[in-house]
Design a protein around this ligand. Structure first.
Ligand code: HEC
Length: 149
């Protein structure tokens, strides 16, 4: 009994610590499971299918136009709010740093919670496995995909 309680406590601490490292400042991120361990086995083709729900607002091809949202070619690892010619909200501009795997995980899980006041009117991708597939697809959209974590 004591044993299993300790094990459970360890898991909870590990998860919230991992989420916290990548996501300091986002209250909703504290319960979020990290995506990094799933990326190597995630299926980019499944991710591409899931991004149909993004395509009303985003293009994904190199040099593609901005729509309601910015073009997402090569977004993994690039500085946030850095696409030329797109008018980002202050909420996104003030986040700072690059789009790491875990920041994408948190933003796609809960766009409003991660960047309160940002203009992406999208509920988010609820399932961790689905976010892993979407992020694996985003990673593939690059001449030099970022290294896996
Ligand atoms: C209803 C329109 C809409 C949908 C649907 C949508 N987005 Fe967005 N997205 C936006 C807007 C608008 C922004 C810019 C937000 C701002 O500046 O506040 C944005 C920003 C982003 C950014 C930050 C890009 C950067 O250059 O910093 C990422 C990453 C992103 N969206 C991914 C996605 C993905 C992946 C999906 C689908 C799973 C999706 N979005 C669905 C409108 C949308």
């Amino acid at each position: 009994m004591t044993d299993s309680r300790n094990r459970l406590g360890g898991v909870l601490i590990a998860v919230s610590a991992a989420a916290f490292v990548g996501l300091a400042g986002s209250a909703s991120a504290q319960d979020l499971e990290p995506v990094s361990d799933l990326l190597a086995d995630a299926d980019p083709a499944q991710g591409e299918t899931l991004t149909r729900q993004c395509a009303a607002c985003h293009t994904f091809d190199e040099g593609g136009a901005h729509r309601v949202g910015p073009n997402l070619w090569d977004v993994v690892g690039r500085p946030k709010a850095s696409q030329e010619g797109f008018n980002y909200s202050p909420a996104i501009q003030e986040l700072g740093g690059d789009w790491t795997y875990e920041d994408l995980n948190a933003y796609l899980a809960d766009p409003r919670g991660f960047a309160p006041g940002n203009r992406m009117a999208f509920a988010g991708v609820a399932a961790l496995e689905d976010r892993a597939a979407v992020i694996a697809y985003l990673r593939s959209l690059s001449a030099e995909p970022a290294p896996l974590p």
